[in-house]
Structure formats: C-alpha cells, structure tokens
Design a protein around this ligand. Structure first.
Ligand code: 5CA
Ligand code: ZN
Length: 482
C-alpha cells in the first residue's frame, strides 16, 4: 500500500480510508451497484466484535432483539405525513412480482418505524405491556443523493442498529432518550471515539420526531460526521397508526415512542479516529487478533526450532488467558513484511521472539498504536500483555478526546465563526438567541451545517446572539458536515 503520511491527512484522509478498507481486508467497495459494499471476512469479524459491544449494552438495559420484514407497503409508509415526505424520495421501490405489477408497491425499509408500528398496534393492549424496548440490526436502503462513500454514506446501509421503544407517558419517553444517550456514550467510549452531543435544530430533526439528539465526531479534515441519533417521536406515529393502550383507570391513550440508530458509520469513525500511516489501529476489545507472534528466523536449525517452540508456548499461554493470539509462521515471508501486514490490519500487540530474546528469557513486545518496543521477561508474559492492552485502550481514547478538544472553537462573532468554518477547522460554538434565521445566517455562505445546541455541557449563557445581538438563550454548534 502506498503510504499516506498523517500530516497530509487533512486533505488525503478520504483516499487513505478507501485504500485502507480494501488493503486491510475490511471491505471491498467495487460491487457493481453504487453505495453497496462487501464486508470481507476480516472486516466481518471486526464488525461482529463491535456489534457484541452494542448488544451487551442494549441487552443489559432491557432491550429485546427482534427482526422485522425488509419490505414496507406504501400504505404503511404513507401514514405519518412528515415521515413519508422526507423518505419517499429516498426509497427503493419494489413494483413487480416477476412480470406482474404489484397493486401496492413496497419500499425497501429506509428505517423501520412504519414496519414496526402496525405490529405494535396488535401487541400493545394495556399499560402492563409497556415499556416495550425492541431493536434490530439489519440492512436499510436509502437512495442517497449526496456522494456515497464506503461505510460512511451507503445506499445499502448494511449494519443499521435501530431501537424502537414504546411508553405510557411523555416522561417515560424522555427518560428513555436519556438512557439511549448513555448507551451510545458507552458504545462510542468502548470504540475510543470522541464526540459531541447536540440537540439538532428544529429544521433538521428526524422526519416525524418531536426532536432529535445527535452524536457528532470530527474527521481529520475538520468536517463533522454524525455517528448516531436519538429521537423522541412523541405520539406522531402512534396517532397515525392508532396505537393505544388501556390505562390503569381503563381509558385508552396513545403510546409515546422513541427511536435511536447507529450504523457502520460508527465503525468507520473508529477506523478513522485511530488510523495512521501504517494502516488501521484497532482497540484491543475489537481486534479479531489481539496479539500476533512472530519468530525471528535464525540460520542454525536448532536455534530456529527453539524459537518456534517458544512462540508456540507463548501463543498457547495467551490463548489460555482468553486472549486472541496467533502466530505468523509463514516460511517465505520476512519478519519485516509480516510486521507490515499486521500493522496494516491493526493488531494491537506484536510479540517478536529472536535468538537474543531467548538467551535472555525475554520477548520483544511492540504496541501498534505508538510502535514502541519493550522487552519483557517471558515468565510474566500474560500479565504484561493484559496490562498493555488495557493501556492501549485508554491511550487511544484519551488521544481521540484530546484531538477533538483542539477542534472545538468558542467564538464571539459571526465573521470569526465563518472564517473557521470556511477552512474546516472543526466545530464552532456561538451564542444564539434561538431564532432559526440567526442559525441560518451561520449556515449560509460557507455551506455549513448547524449541529444544534449542546447536550453535554453545563451551560451558563450570558451574552448576545452573534447574528442579531439580541440576548442569547443558548450555544449553537456548527460545522462543515459530511
Ligand atoms: N429511525 C431513526 C433512528 S433508528 C433513523 O433512521 N435515524 S437516522 O436517519 O438518523 O439514522 C441513524 C444513523 O444512521 C445516523 O445518525 C447515521 O449515523 C447513520 N446513517 C444514516 N444514513 C446512513 C447512510 N446512508 N450510510 C451510513 N450510515 C448512515
Ligand atoms: Zn439572533
């Protein structure tokens, strides 16, 4: 792989990312339909490990995994008017069964509110059925008109985790939004991704929602990337689909709903956050292979055999500890090429064993993230590797948070904000009166996107709106967004 230096990332990271996906055998994007890609076996393992983190978080908080059909009849999709207005244009439509034209066409789900709602209507009878917290991990289809990008903007989103919850009261739905935000924090923290949490402005909320809260990260080029969203749907869908429950007193009331979704874009954010010149860098929890053990060849047969034996021994001991360790014993490949291959694939820890190491009863351990080398006594190898992996996870996360904090700017004038946005410096925060017009002023000219108001800050607002100079009510974030 032609290496792309990290200094050039600001401009070249898109190219780096496309190359690394293929070269590290994560995804092949050359499928004959634009916006569709193939998860390669190694990438699929990474994906599975990421999803395990997510499933654990959801299952531990009373969510139940289910699986709904892919096709949604147009009659269902059309029931909630704002929802359909936005998604109609983005749907792939199934119009024929064989040669016969269908009477009612089916949409390939762009998201599943309208696939789930008719079933909730059948299932939910009384307050005892609530809350009901479901999720599914499926592919969804969106005929995206913006430029598609592997894993970042797909037309077949292959890894869409959507949670859909039903509640008796507005307050319960509000509490669910808070829980969902905590779950996503835990998820992105496990992947070592840094983020900001913002309540989207009214003009950019999810179609059919009361309001939307989003997680955004910042890419190496200074553009923001929306990596997850949590929506309070209010009663919009329950009214459209007439989903009611019997209260304790015996009256019928419409349910309150929330939904929250993330996709392979989060996996992409993990790769982009930690990657470097040499390829991807995987957090140890996510890495399919956590430790790669490489023997340093020796001319003398006996010494060579002793080295291989030591490698096998170390591998077995690590495996016994539940660590995913593998040896690279390929005979005709130089150690240098082996390092290159495993660095590219992001294996967090490399162990080299050579003749000198053996003489000293030592092994050489190299961490993927910093490429630092250290010698360890072979006797303590288990503890050394365990501790190192924990340290790598913490360091990766800290580095990511440090990086993003240097790309958040608090500014006092519209000019300053626009100047920073124009050069894609990251996320800018300004004082705002709450008037959409003032928000749009920030978006105009530089083609920025308002990300919304902070949900992750203790705000003391004191000052004037950057656009109209009236009293500010809140902070407003904006960035050039992907
Ligand atoms: N029904 C709601 C919650 S499940 C929903 O569809 N929300 S969404 O439209 O905001 O999508 C959830 C997340 O999926 C987004 O925050 C974004 O990170 C990701 N996503 C959306 N469109 C794509 C796409 N075309 N390719 C990859 N990821 C996407
Ligand atoms: Zn204003």
């Amino acid at each position: 792989m032609a290496r792309i230096k990290r200094e050039k990332w600001s401009k070249k990271f898109g190219e780096w990312f496309r190359k690394v996906l293929v070269n590290a055998e994560l995804m092949d994007y050359r499928y004959p339909i634009k916006g569709c890609g193939v998860w390669l076996p190694y990438g699929f393992k990474v994906r599975s490990n990421v999803l395990q983190v997510l499933r654990n978080l959801l299952d531990a908080t009373g969510h139940h995994e289910a699986l709904f059909p892919l096709m949604i009849p147009e009659t269902s999709l059309k029931k909630e008017s704002t929802h359909v207005k936005s998604f109609e244009e983005e749907c792939y439509w199934v119009t024929h069964g064989g040669k016969k034209q269908l009477e009612i066409k089916y949409a390939l789900r762009p998201t599943s509110e309208t696939a789930i709602a008719p079933m909730l209507k059948l299932w939910i009878r009384s307050h005892k059925d609530l809350p009901l917290k479901l999720y599914q991990i499926v592919n969804v289809f969106r005929y995206e008109t913006k430029a598609t990008r592997p894993t970042l903007r797909m037309r077949e989103v292959s890894t869409f985790k959507e949670a859909h919850t039903s509640h008796a009261t507005f307050e319960d739905a509000e509490a669910q939004v808070k829980e969902a935000i905590e779950i996503y924090k835990g998820y992105f923290d496990a992947l070592g991704i840094a983020y900001r949490i913002s309540k989207r402005p009214d003009w950019d909320k999810f179609p059919g929602a009361l309001y939307s809260v989003a997680f955004d990260t910042v890419c190496p080029d200074g553009r923001s990337l929306q990596i997850g969203t949590v929506h309070n749907l209010g009663q919009n869908f329950s009214k459209a689909f007439e989903i009611t429950y019997e209260t304790e007193k015996g009256d019928q009331k419409h349910i309150w709903q929330t939904c929250y979704g993330i996709s392979e874009r989060g996996i992409a954010a993990m790769l982009i956050t930690h990657g470097d010149d040499n390829g991807v860098v995987l957090p140890p929890r996510i890495a399919p292979i956590q430790v790669i053990i490489i023997p340093i060849p020796h001319k003398e047969k006996e010494k060579e055999e002793a080295i291989v034996k030591a490698c096998k021994n170390v591998t077995a001991r690590l495996k016994k500890m539940g660590i995913s360790a593998e040896m690279d014993l390929r005979p005709d490949v130089t150690p240098g090429s082996k390092y290159f291959d495993w660095e590219l694939r992001g294996v967090p820890v490399r162990i080299e064993i050579g003749p000198r190491d053996l003489e000293n009863n030592e092994v050489t351990i190299v961490r993927r993230d910093t490429l630092e080398r250290q010698s360890f006594n072979i006797r303590n190898i288990e503890t050394a590797v365990k501790e190192l992996m924990e340290k790598i996870a913490i360091d990766l996360q800290q580095k990511a948070w440090q990086w993003i904090s240097q790309r958040i700017y608090r500014v006092n004038s519209l000019e300053e904000a626009k100047k920073l946005l124009k050069k894609r410096a990251g996320i800018v925060e300004v004082l705002w009166c709450g008037n959409p017009e003032c928000g749009h002023k920030l978006e105009e000219e530089v083609n920025a996107r308002v990300l919304g108001t902070p949900q992750d800050l203790e705000k003391k607002i004191d000052g004037k709106c950057v656009a109209c100079r009236k009293k500010a009510e809140n902070l407003l974030r904006a960035a050039i967004a992907y």
